[in-house]
Design a protein around this ligand. Structure first.
Ligand SMILES: O=C(O)C1=C[C@@H](OP(=O)(O)O)[C@@H](O)[C@H](O)C1
Ligand SMILES: C=C(OP(=O)(O)O)C(=O)O
Length: 409
C-alpha cells in the first residue's frame, strides 16, 4: 500500500522517463526476425523485460504474464518459427484477454494453433510453419495489437502480406506507429483505405546497421500532465521529440485545450516543459473521443474528477479488455473521489461531483494505470494506493520519480 500524503508540487524539476514500451516491444521482435540494431533508451518496463527474456531463451513454454503486446506479437512470431512447437501462456487476466481474431487470421494463413483452455483465449499451442498464403482478413475493432502482430512478421513472408482490416479500426495510431518502424527497417508498406500491403524484406538490406533511439514513453508522461494541471507548477520531462509516432502524445493538445498546460519543446535536449497558465479558467465540459489514445483515458478522467469538470469520453470499448475492465474500475474508484459516473460499453460520463471520502484507498485491480492515474489526486487530498508495485508493468521508477516532485504540505 502506498500512502500519498496531501502534497504540493515542487516547480521546475526534471524527470527522465524511459523509452516507449510500445516502440521497444516492436523493435525487439523486428531485431530478432531481421537484423541487429543498436537500440538506445529501450524501455525499462517489466513488459519489455519479459519479451526480451522470451526471445533470448526460446524455450518451449513461454509465460508472458500480463504483457498484452508481448502475448499478441509472439503469437505471430512463433507461428513462423518453422518446425517449432510453442506453448504461449500468461497471467490469469491474460487468459481472459481476447486473441481469437489474431489466431483465426493465422489459422487462415495455414498455421496450426490450438486453444489449450478456453476457445478464443490464451494459453495457445502454436506449431510454427512456413506461411505461403498472401492475403488475410482481420476484424480490427477489438485490438490493434492483432494487426501489428501480423505486420511485424509480414516482411518475413516470401511474398509479403495483404491485410484487409474488417469493420471499425480501433487504436489506429498504434498501427501507424508499426508502419513507421517497418519503414525504418527498410520494409515497404502501404495503408490505403482498409488495406495494408507489406512487401517482403529485401535481404540485401541486412548489412546496413540501424541505430534506433527510442523516444520516451508518452503514456508515462501523461501522469505529469495531470500533476501539472492540479498543482499548477512547471515540470520538465525527457526524452521526447516534437514529432512523435506515439498516439498518446495527444495528451499535450488535450491538456493545452482543457487545462491550459502549454507544452514547450526544447529540441536540443529532447525536453518537454509543461507550463501551466496561471490565469486558467475551467472549461464547462470535456467532450472527447479517445479511441486513438485509450491508455491516457484514465489520466484524463482523474484530472477532470479532481477539478470537478464534467466529462463525457467516448471511443473506450477496448478499455473493457485491458489489464482489468478499466471502465468498471474507474466507475468504482472515482466514487471515492466524490465523482459519480455512468459507463456504457465504450463511454464514461460524469454525473455529479461530491466531496471525496474521508479515508481514500484506491484499488488498482492489477492495473498499473489505475495506480498512476489516481496518484495526482494527492495534490487535493491524501490517499492510499493499493498494490503499488503494479506500476512495474510499464513504469518501474514511478514512485521514485514522484518523490522528486512532491513536498508534504
Ligand atoms: O500496440 C501497442 O503497443 C498497444 C496498443 C493498444 O492496445 P489496443 O490496440 O488493444 O487498444 C494500447 O492500449 C496498448 O497499451 C499498446
Ligand atoms: C493496455 C496496456 O498494455 P498491454 O495491452 O500491452 O498489456 C497498457 O499498457 O495500458
Amino acid at each position: 500500500m502506498k500512502k500519498l500524503e496531501q502534497s504540493k508540487l515542487i516547480g521546475n524539476k526534471t524527470i527522465q522517463i524511459s523509452g516507449s514500451k510500445s516502440i521497444s516491444n516492436r523493435l525487439l521482435i523486428l531485431e530478432s526476425l531481421f537484423k541487429n540494431i543498436q537500440i538506445g533508451n529501450l524501455s525499462n518496463s517489466q513488459d519489455t523485460q519479459l519479451l526480451k527474456k522470451a526471445l533470448l531463451e526460446n524455450t518451449e513454454t513461454v509465460d508472458i504474464h500480463h504483457a498484452g503486446t508481448a502475448m499478441r506479437f509472439l503469437t505471430s512470431y512463433y507461428s513462423i518459427a518453422e518446425g517449432k512447437t510453442t506453448i504461449l501462456t500468461g497471467s490469469g487476466r491474460m487468459k481472459e484477454r481476447p486473441i481469437k481474431n489474431l489466431v483465426t487470421a493465422l489459422q487462415n494463413l495455414g498455421v496450426e494453433i490450438e486453444y489449450l483452455e478456453n476457445e478464443g483465449f490464451p494459453p495457445l499451442k502454436i506449431q510454427g510453419r512456413k506461411i505461403t498464403e498472401t492475403k488475410v482478413d482481420v476484424p480490427a475493432n477489438i485490438s490493434s495489437q492483432f494487426i501489428t502482430s501480423l505486420l511485424l512478421i509480414a516482411g518475413k513472408l516470401e511474398k509479403g502480406l495483404e491485410i484487409n482490416l474488417v469493420g471499425e479500426v480501433t487504436s489506429r495510431s498504434y498501427i501507424e506507429m508499426t508502419l513507421d518502424i517497418l519503414k525504418k527497417f527498410g520494409i515497404q508498406a502501404s495503408f490505403i483505405g482498409n488495406l495494408i500491403k507489406v512487401e517482403p524484406y529485401n535481404e540485401s538490406n541486412q548489412s546496413a546497421v540501424i541505430n534506433y533511439e527510442v523516444e520516451s514513453d508518452w503514456s508515462s508522461a501523461s501522469y505529469f500532465y495531470s500533476f501539472a494541471a492540479l498543482g499548477r507548477e512547471t515540470i520538465h520531462l525527457k526524452s521526447f521529440y516534437k514529432e512523435s509516432t506515439q498516439g498518446d502524445s495527444a495528451i499535450a493538445k488535450i491538456y493545452e485545450e482543457f487545462f491550459r498546460i502549454q507544452t514547450i519543446f526544447t529540441e536540443a535536449e529532447h525536453k518537454l516543459t509543461l507550463q501551466p497558465d496561471l490565469n486558467f479558467q475551467f472549461p464547462e465540459k470535456i467532450v472527447l473521443d479517445m479511441n486513438n489514445c485509450p491508455d491516457i483515458a484514465q489520466t484524463l478522467c482523474v484530472t477532470a474528477a479532481a477539478l470537478k469538470i464534467p466529462f463525457e469520453i467516448s471511443g473506450l470499448g477496448t478499455l473493457r479488455v485491458k489489464e482489468t475492465d478499466r471502465l468498471l474500475a474507474l466507475y468504482n474508484e472515482l466514487q471515492k473521489l466524490g465523482t459519480q459516473t455512468e459507463i456504457t460499453d465504450n463511454t464514461i460520463k460524469s454525473l455529479n461531483f461530491n466531496d471525496p471520502e474521508e479515508n481514500i484507498s484506491i484499488k488498482t485491480y492489477q492495473d498499473h494505470r489505475m495506480a498512476m492515474s489516481f496518484a495526482p489526486f494527492c495534490l487535493i487530498k491524501e490517499l492510499n494506493i493499493e498494490d503499488e508495485d503494479v506500476v512495474e508493468k510499464s513504469y518501474p521508477m514511478f514512485w521514485e520519480d514522484l518523490s522528486k516532485i512532491l513536498n508534504k504540505e
